[in-house]
Write a protein that binds this ligand. Sequence first.
Ligand SMILES: [Zn+2]
Length: 342
Amino acid sequence: MKPEIKDLIEISNYYGINKEFVISGGGNTSFKDNQTLWIKANGQSLENLTEDGLVALNREKLHVISSGNYSDDPATREEQVKKDLMQSILDPGKNKRPSVETSLHELIQYKYIVHLHPTLINGILCSRNAKNLSLKLFGESLLFVPYIDPGYTLFKKLESEILLYRQKFSHDPQIIFLENHGSFVGADTTEEIRTIYNDIFKKIEEHIPLISDLTPIPGNSLLQKFVPGIRLLLSDKQPGVIRFRNNSLIAKYYQNQQEFHKISLPLTPDIIVYCKTRYMYVEQASSADKILESIRHQLPRFLSEYGFTPKVIIVKVNLIRHKLRFTLFPMSYISLINSNIE
Ligand SMILES: [Zn+2]
């Protein structure tokens, strides 16, 4: 194995194993020399990445995508871009598709690129103050890109932003933050990538206080009564799995409709992938029967409106109010992900 590929696998596994940096198949990593770019294949997790899970692409062919004459219709355009991407693959016999974010990796002129969705960074990137906060903490060492749906439009936006940055500073940005999404860090060695990420996390931890009273709330007796019922209601032919989680932060959002509303839409593409775009709220907490009744009542409308059964149901299980020093809004979401129905 090329030593550079060994380093790439090592750093991928290092970040992939920690859910604070990336979950499931999210994030991607790459290495490039003058002719070839090696990138994590689609659907692979960073945690288990091996050399076999990489796709090698011809960089010259990848450049076609930048000047491609593609359709205005987003769906057709994405298909056309995908076709050009597939044509750059050096070993199509391996039957692996490159990550959809491959062209973003090609844009940044460092040998190694590590793209993650870290909870800590997304805490800033999903906040209302994302841009100001990012620039305040990292100044011009960072390129901030406002939210754009992943795909070709994001690629074109990033391309023009990097060009401007390059003109101004005569080098590429080593840190790129994508609003409501995650981070790209580029460097010529994986050691430098680690140093940069460590510095980023240190700086955020120093400047933004974490929620100090995230206390778990133990399950109450109601739980045993209504959880099996929910499982029955939502299981198809295959029985589903339900995970329940309750803590002082989640409690803040189930106390009433108004609070629930604040977390009722997804904040990142990851949340869309794993939890879908809408969640069900059950304000009824008096008895297990009433909770189930409310879900049964809401379900047909939920299905017809959104076209899927809920992955996340937020139930007002108790009426204890908690005082929270509450800073990182999306943290709550990460908690909710774990209470999804798989
Ligand atoms: Zn991503």
